[in-house]
Structure formats: C-alpha cells, structure tokens
Write a protein that binds this ligand. Structure first.
Ligand SMILES: Nc1nc2c(c(=O)[nH]1)N[C@H]1C(S)=C(S)[C@@H](COP(=O)(O)OP(=O)(O)OC[C@H]3O[C@@H](n4cnc5c(=O)[nH]c(N)nc54)[C@H](O)[C@@H]3O)O[C@H]1N2
Ligand SMILES: Nc1nc2c(c(=O)[nH]1)N[C@H]1C(S)=C(S)[C@@H](COP(=O)(O)OP(=O)(O)OC[C@H]3O[C@@H](n4cnc5c(=O)[nH]c(N)nc54)[C@H](O)[C@@H]3O)O[C@H]1N2
Ligand SMILES: [Mo]
Length: 765
C-alpha cells in the first residue's frame, strides 16, 4: 500500500494528552448549566464588564452573533438577550481582553508556536498589528499597513496570470466586505474564490438549485410553528445551533412531531431545558422518533420510507401523495414511481441500520401528515453521495407537496453566521453569467468568465505549483481543509500567504515564503470610518438580511475593518479609475448602493436594511415558484454509496465538540457527550471495542485507507459510546489529516469529512 505523505508534525495539533475525565453523557441540554458555562467564558475572557455585551447580541439594534447562522425571531426577541451558551462563547472568544501583540510574536518564534495546541494558540488573544514573516525569518514582525498592501499588490501584479492567485473566504465576512472583495478579485482577473461553503453546504446548494431552483432553504422561522412533522437529519443543534432548540421546543409544545436521524443520540435533540426560562415541556424529550442510522445510511433510510409511503399510496390512492401538486408543479414523477416500485423496504432499512419497526412508524407519520419540514446539516452534506442524500429528502417533500407553503419545506441549517450572504454577494468560483453581466454593466470592466478553483482544486493547484499567492479573508485554511499534510505542502509552495484574521491560528504557522497577517475588527467592535460609525449587513440561514452594529472599543487602534483592508489593497492593485475604493469605505452606504445596482432583491437596500429586523430576500421555492429552467420542481433517482469494509475497518465521521467553533477551540470539554479535558478521542461502539480487544482510554493510532493510500493520525484515547457498530467518531480538526484530498462529493466537491475509512492500531507505549 502506498503511504501518501509523511506527516508534517507542525501542521497538526501536537499529539499531547491533557487530563481526560469521563462522565456519563448528559441527559438534557442547556438549562442552568448552559447559563453558568456561558457566564464563566465571558467573565474569564472579558471580565465582568463583558456581560453587558451579551445583552446586545442579536437584538434589533445590536450586533449579529459571530457564531452560527440560525435566524432571530422576526418579532419577539427574548427578554434577557437572544443568545445561547455557544453564542456567548463566540462573543467571549472575539471580545477577549487578551492580546497577541508584536511583543507576543517577538517572544515566540513561528516554530515554537507550532508546538502549541489550537486551544493554546486561540487563547493567546486578539492580534493587534499587521505582521510579516519575511523569507527565512524565524519570527513575525510588525509592518505598516501601507507597506503590506504595496507588497501584496506588487506580488499580484507580477504574476504571469491572475489565475495563479487564490482568494479564500470564510463565512463570517459581512456582505459589504464580501462584495468589495469579489469585485476586487474579478477586476484583477480571476474567479479563484474557494470558500468555506465548498466544505460545508455546497452539496445542499447543488441539490436544491437543481431540484427546486434555488440553492437556499425555503422555510422561515415562523414555519416551524405550522408544521406537522420536523425531520432533523445529520445535525447537532444542541451544540451548533442552540437557538434552534427554542423553536423546536415551541413546536413540540404545539404537538408537532420531531424525528431525529443521526448515528448519535445527540443530547440537545433528545432533551432540552430552556435556559431562558421555565421549560414549556416538563423535561419531556424533544425527539418523538430517534432513527439511529449508521454513518451514510441515509439514502437507504429515505428510500425505505419512500417505499413504505408508496405501498400505502398503492393501497389507498390519493391518501399519501399530493397528486395536484405533483401534476402541476413537478417533473420526473413517472420515473421515480417506477424506481420506487423496485425497492425492498426491509432490505433498505437493514442497510440503513435502523430497526424496521421504527422506519414503519416514521413512514406512518409521513403518510398521515401534510406539512413536513426537513432540516439537515453536515451529517448529510459531507459524503461522497451527499447530493443524493439531500435530493432524496427533497423527493419525500415533493411527493407530499410539502414545499412552497406555510409550515413545510427545506431547511439546510447553515454554519457560519454570514456564509449564505457571502454567496449572495458573489463569493463563488462558478459565478452565474447574469451576475457577471451585472458587474460589467455597473462597473464597466470585463469580468473573467472561466470558472475558478474551489477549495479542493485550489489546494491541488498550489500543491502542483500552479498558484503562487494565497489570500484568506478570515478562516483557518490549513486546519479546516482535508488532508492536512497535503494542504500544508500546498501552502508552503506559495511565494506569499496572507491571512485577514482576528486571532492566531495554525494557518499563520504553515506559510509561503513570505507570510502576512492582517488583523481586522470583530463583529462586536465599533467600526469608525470618515463619515462616522458604520454598521454592516448579513444574511441568515433563512434569507433575512439585517444590520449588525458593534459598539465595543476595538481590540487595538491599529485594526482596520475588513472592507477597509480590501479597499486598501484594491487601491494599490487596481487604482481608483473604475471604482473609488476610498469613497466606498468612507460610508458603507456606498457599498450597499453598489450591491443594490448589481444584485436582484436588494432594492432600496439602505432604507430597508435600516428597518429593525431587516428584510427577506426573494425565494421562489418559498412560494412554490420553482425557478428551474422548466419552472418545475424535479424528482431525482438517487443511489446509496457502495461501501466495503475489511474485517478490521470502520467508518469514521469527524464532528464538532460542544467547546469549539470549527477550528477555534473554546475549551476542552464536550459536556453533553461526557468527555472532559481532552479532544484526542475516538468514540466507538462497546461491542466493537470488545471484538478488537480495546478498553476505555486505550491509546490508539488511526490509519486512514483510501484506494491504495494510507494516512496516519497518532495517539487517540478510545471512548465507548452509543454509536452503531462499525461506526466511529472523532473531532475535527484533529483528524483532518485522514480525510483524503481526492475523496470528495460528486457534483459539489465537498470533502467527505463524515466518511473516512480507518483501521485502529494499539499505540506502542
Ligand atoms: N458552537 C458551534 N456552533 C457552530 C459550529 C461550531 O463548530 N461550534 N460550526 C458552524 C458551522 S460552520 C456549521 S457547518 C454547523 C455544523 O453543524 P452540524 O452539522 O450539526 O455539525 P457536526 O458536528 O459536523 O455534526 C454533524 C451531525 O451529523 C451527524 N452525522 C454524521 N454523519 C452522519 C450521517 O452519515 N448521517 C446522519 N444522519 N448523521 C450524521 C453527527 O452525529 C452530528 O450529530 O454549525 C455551525 N455552528
Ligand atoms: N474534518 C472536517 N473538516 C471540516 C468540517 C468538518 O465537519 N469536518 N467542517 C467544514 C466546515 S462546515 C466549515 S464551514 C469549514 C470552516 O473553515 P473556516 O471558516 O476556514 O475555519 P474557522 O475555524 O471557522 O476559522 C477560524 C479563524 O477565523 C478567524 N476569524 C474569526 N472571526 C473573524 C472575523 O470576524 N474576521 C476575520 N477576517 N477572521 C475571523 C480567526 O482568526 C480564526 O482563527 O471547515 C470545514 N472542515
Ligand atoms: Mo460550515
């Protein structure tokens, strides 16, 4: 077997153990403990004064939570503050009083910092000054903004082709920053705009736009209160979208049924105590039916449900499917109908790992109810057949006519707080021709038409020496992407790597010949420009565009806002003939005017977005107007992925602990899963442990198997857990080293972070 790359230790979190403490997993999420932990985080990072900041979180005149993209209620906002434990952690992390200033970088060499864990790196605090690592130097040193912009512009101008530069975006960038950024990049001449979406909901975007005509979800928060059934597949809201639990709790109180589809009995979904007040449910579980699917068993499960629904429809025609809707609004029913007829529901259920009687019970529910909402996240999107996963869910909704009306529809629950807005603003390597035509019309330049690199192909290009400059607007490219050793080599091949960041991360340490860190303001901070304090705008997971205004004193006087950083570079790179970059940033209303001129749906942007709560963007699938080329919603025929495991092999999913935001590690506890003070763990089924002769806390090495390649992740502690046999779970990003660069989803190219084939070896002590 081929061993792919030698591990580059500096590129990965150090293989050192903390002091693990195991408890029984929690039986309920949030509650008083959630408030306590939130307050502890805020006070330890920001002092007692920090608590006042929480009151502005997600209020109509406050700032948007830098955590997830779950929407705020249109009308009622909770009396305390519209925050959750993990939102509080996100704010504390950004608004920390700790500083990674020039002294910090003088004291610690880049090499020394590589020995720090991601947790330690993040806890060093906010970066205060622009920093440069010159060729061959051991330490970052300060640089003036002007000199930094000139250096980047000179390098970009010297490239033989603009396509030799890569411009990454992470989903926290505001609409204003994202719009200016893509404008600069396209005027420079490339569509090389990989973004975090490529690793996240790209599969949702692809599946939805090709079936229902728009890559975004169709439901609003209000719909949750009018559904009959809410399906939640491959999502852990208790940790990653905690405010969703409040919506689910309200729905539950109305008798709406909740079905969870997950290899893990995630505590938040099973049981939730509202930290904001007295629970409406006296401790009753949220989930009505828990379908403990094996990793990647979803297509089989959905097909089994379809077959059982189909059987009922044959017995009592018209009782299950919505034939008026199918007739009027859809395309492809005949083919799907013929396909379903060939399924064997019991065999499919067996393949999915879910007991047949639970599949029957769920099918029964779906047969008898009309309004279904399907929610999903990374458990469906990060597989080879992730587009099929989502299209199969869409099939269920379409057969029931459960989209385009109140209380029903699609709900891909987005990750980063403005990841959806960034796409709307044109951060995409495959821009639509109409969007480019618009840019041409408004700004009078010829935008590049050829598609650019997505995340995976950008890494491959840098690895192959086909790109010289990497620029990241936010994010942590090295650690968030797959195949850490391969990506490290790719970045190290560059002449110049630049990161616009708030805090130190591993991407600053694995660098090109020259490396720059450009520190920016955070969401909670006041953004003062020539015309006065500015607000920015963001779009949440349900297509609401609204303002976000910070008022804290910036972490350092030397910080620039993201729009100001982009404009500063753009002026040096492109001059001010076609776009007056300085004017754009003096007052962000000018940027919003430009957005209005280019992007449909933003009429009277400046006026409407000043309205508390903002406005909804147009969304055809919400109203049953499917904007596919033939104006129909499309049924699709999908396939389960064929998997063959050797006797000693397992499926591994990489998931988030309760104490992290992606690669930012808030703490070392995964409270709901009962793991404290350690992240280097692998969750296993106790029967698998027994068969493999493994005991709790045994130290193991993980070996990834892909085609004839092997990859290694060293030193993990075995933890027994309620997870299907042959399935295992580890935390991202510690095991990204095992996710093969070439293992990506069909169509969307999302790395298969939820399905890695591994074997487990006892480590030599
Ligand atoms: N606090 C906090 N909030 C966050 C984030 C964070 O890191 N921390 N990250 C943000 C981002 S960018 C995103 S994209 C979202 C991520 O939100 P999630 O998608 O909830 O995050 P993951 O931890 O990746 O969890 C995926 C869930 O899918 C399940 N799963 C894995 N494989 C499968 C499968 O094959 N089938 C099914 N049915 N389920 C499966 C896992 O058990 C887990 O419950 O959260 C956002 N919000
Ligand atoms: N194995 C595995 N890999 C995954 C995933 C998985 O589930 N498993 N999930 C994938 C997903 S869903 C996503 S979205 C990606 C996330 O990929 P990224 O978005 O690239 O990663 P983050 O960890 O969110 O980025 C954190 C860094 O952003 C910077 N930052 C924070 N706030 C700001 C800000 O306001 N402005 C700027 N400019 N910078 C800021 C900080 O310096 C911080 O270190 O990872 C993907 N990778
Ligand atoms: Mo994400």
């Amino acid at each position: 077997m081929a061993v792919t790359e030698k591990n580059i230790p500096a590129a990965q979190p150090p293989e050192k153990f903390e002091k693990i403490r195991l408890e029984k997993p929690s039986t309920s999420a949030a509650g008083f403990m959630g408030v306590k932990v939130a307050i502890e985080h805020v006070v330890s990072e920001m002092g007692v004064g920090g608590l006042a900041t929480l009151f502005k979180l997600n209020q109509k005149n406050g700032f948007d939570c830098p955590g997830c993209a779950w929407p705020d209620p249109d009308e009622k906002r909770s009396f305390l503050a519209e925050y959750c434990e993990n939102g509080a952690k996100a704010v504390a992390e950004e608004a920390t009083l700790k500083r990674a200033d020039p002294e910090f970088f003088k004291k610690h060499s880049v090499h020394a910092l590589t020995q720090w864990t991601d947790y330690e790196l993040g806890k060093s605090g906010r970066i205060t000054h622009p920093m440069i690592l010159r060729p061959g130097a051991s330490h970052y040193e300060p640089i003036q903004w002007d000199e930094a912009f000139q250096l980047i512009a000179d390098k970009l101008k010297s490239l033989p082709s603009p396509d030799r530069a890569i411009f990454y975006t992470s989903g926290r960038a505001s609409n204003e920053a994202a719009f200016l950024y893509q404008l600069m990049i396209r005027m420079y001449g490339t569509n090389n705009m990989p973004d975090c979406s490529n690793m996240c909901h790209e599969s949702s975007g692809y599946a939805l736009s090709t079936t229902v005509g728009i890559g975004k979800g169709s439901v609003t928060l209000e719909d949750f209160q009018h559904a009959d059934v809410i399906l939640i597949a491959g999502q852990n809201p208790g940790t990653n979208h905690p405010r969703m639990l409040s919506a689910l709790e309200e729905a539950k109180a109305k008798g709406i049924k909740i079905v969870s589809i997950n290899p893990l009995p995630e505590v938040g979904l099973m049981n939730f105590k509202n930290p904001q007040g007295i629970s409406m449910l006296t401790g009753a579980p949220l989930t009505d039916i828990f379908l403990q699917v094996r990793i990647n068993g979803d297509v089989s499960l959905f097909k089994a449900l379809l077959k059982l629904m189909w059987d009922r429809e044959q017995e009592q025609p018209g009782s299950v499917f919505d034939h008026d809707f199918i007739q009027e609004k859809t395309e492809g029913f005949e083919a799907l109908n013929a396909d379903i007829a060939s399924y064997d529901a019991e065999a499919l259920a067996a393949d999915s790992g879910v007991p047949f009687h639970l599949v029957q019970e769920t099918a029964e529910l779906l047969c008898s109810k009309k309004n279904i909402i399907a929610c999903w996240a990374m458990g469906l999107t990060q597989h080879k057949n992730s587009v099929d996963n989502i299209r199969e869910l869409v099939n269920i909704l379409l057969l029931k006519g459960s989209i385009g009306k109140k209380g029903a529809g699609t709900c891909p629950v987005r990750g980063h707080s403005n990841v959806q807005g960034d796409r709307t603003m044109g951060i995409w390597e495959k821009p639509k021709p109409e969007f480019l035509d618009s840019l041409h019309r408004v700004f009078g330049f010829e935008p590049p038409r050829a598609h650019g690199h997505d995340t995976v192909s950008a890494i491959e290009a840098m690895y192959a020496g086909e790109a010289d400059v990497f620029f990241g607007l936010g994010g942590n490219f090295l650690s968030a992407t797959p195949d850490t050793n391969y990506t490290a080599k790719a970045l190290m091949n560059c002449d110049l790597t630049v990161h616009v960041s708030t805090k130190p991360n591993r991407s600053h340490l694995i660098h090109g010949k020259t490396a720059l860190i450009l520190p920016c303001l955070g969401r909670s901070e006041e953004d003062m420009q020539a015309s006065g304090p500015q607000f920015v705008t963001v779009e949440n997971s349900m297509g609401v565009v609204h303002m976000s205004r910070g008022d804290r004193k910036p972490a350092s006087a030397a910080l620039l806002s993201e729009p100001a950083i982009v404009a500063g570079l753009a002026k040096k790179l492109l001059g001010s003939e076609k776009v007056d970059w300085v004017k754009m940033v003096q007052n962000y209303d000018h940027i919003r005017d430009a957005i209005e001129a280019v992007i449909p749906g933003f009429d009277s942007y400046n006026k409407r977005v000043r309205k508390p709560g903002g406005f909804y963007l147009p969304n055809g699938s919400r109203t049953g107007d499917f904007t596919t080329p033939d104006r129909k919603a499309h049924f699709t025929i999908n396939k389960a992925q064929e998997l063959r495991l050797a006797d000693d092999q397992y499926l591994m999913m990489t998931i988030r602990s309760h104490d992290q935001f992606n690669t930012t590690i808030y703490g070392l506890n995964d409270r709901y899963r009962g793991v404290n003070n350690e992240r280097r763990v692998i969750f296993m089924n106790p029967r698998d442990m027994e068969k493999a002769g493994l005991k709790t806390k045994d130290v193991v090495n993980l070996v990834g198997h892909y085609e004839d390649e092997k990859r290694f992740a060293y030193k993990f502690l075995v933890i027994p857990f309620d997870i299907p046999e042959r399935c295992t779970a580890t935390y991202f990003p510690e095991t990204n080293v095992l996710v093969p660069i070439r293992s990506k989803a069909d169509h969307s190219h999302t790395p298969t972070s939820k399905l890695v084939i591994i074997s487990i070896e006892k480590a030599k002590s």
